[in-house]
Design a protein around this ligand. Structure first.
Ligand code: HEC
Ligand code: HEC
Length: 171
């Protein structure tokens, strides 16, 4: 009698184990881990991981320009937090243009085969020009030579001394 009970018990255990295995299997196929779906990426890869995207936004962009997220990202109407997919803030499209420029510089001028924003193989990055400022410093130590005034208005800026005559060309 005892032996029979033990055998039944063992069969029951085997069956329970199988049922559990099947349940786990079904759960695994019907509820996959959802990848992050970003809604409005035009330059970064669609399947970028949350970590990689955050690294680019916070470490690369934020640090290179010395700004916070809301410098480029418009607030959700009526809310206090940014709507990251929105393009309402024009700086976001400026940043996209800068991304295209940086990628092109890396391929055309520095022979980086497959440049990716955020990749350590990049030679030119946002930081190369911005150095922690939203508008890069173009004056340097010698403002008379380097300050060309506001963009679109070629220098010399009013009040600045005239540029020295070009030295004679040596052959
Ligand atoms: C210098 C401008 C700039 C800053 C600063 C910035 N972002 Fe972005 N962000 C962008 C641009 C440009 C895109 C779109 C990239 C593309 O089109 O591939 C983007 C896209 C995103 C997206 C994807 C939204 C979607 O669904 O399409 C998220 C999320 C995001 N940023 C979060 C952040 C966070 C968090 C911060 C601050 C830590 C931040 N960003 C700072 C420019 C910026
Ligand atoms: C080759 C130099 C250079 C590189 C590299 C560069 N930028 Fe810029 N960026 C500039 C200059 C110069 C300005 C200012 C233009 C102006 O005043 O009209 C600027 C302006 C901007 C602005 C507008 C700031 C404002 O307040 O008007 C944003 C946003 C920006 N850059 C983002 C980026 C991002 C993001 C990257 C990297 C993907 C990047 N830039 C790489 C030179 C550069």
């Amino acid at each position: 009698m005892k032996k029979l009970l033990l055998q039944i018990n063992r069969k029951l255990m085997v069956m329970i184990t199988m049922v559990i295995v099947v349940i786990i299997g079904v759960a695994g196929t019907t509820a996959p881990v959802h990848p992050v779906i970003y809604k409005n990426l035009k330059i970064l890869p669609q399947d970028i991981s949350r970590e990689a995207l955050h690294d680019i936004m916070e470490v690369q962009f934020g640090d290179a320009l010395g700004v916070h997220c809301d410098y480029c990202h418009a607030k959700e109407p009526g809310a206090d937090h940014p709507d990251f997919a929105s393009d309402a803030n024009p700086r976001k499209d400026i940043a996209r243009d800068m991304m295209r420029m940086v990628l092109k510089m890396n391929t055309d001028n520095f022979q980086v085969a497959k440049p990716m924003i955020g990749d350590s193989l990049m030679v030119v990055t946002c930081y190369t020009c911005h150095h922690g400022a939203a508008i890069p410093d173009t004056k340097g130590k010698n403002p008379e030579v380097h300050d060309f005034g506001p963009p679109g208005k070629p220098g010399p800026v009013p009040g600045a001394p005239a540029a020295p005559p070009a030295p004679p060309q040596k052959n």
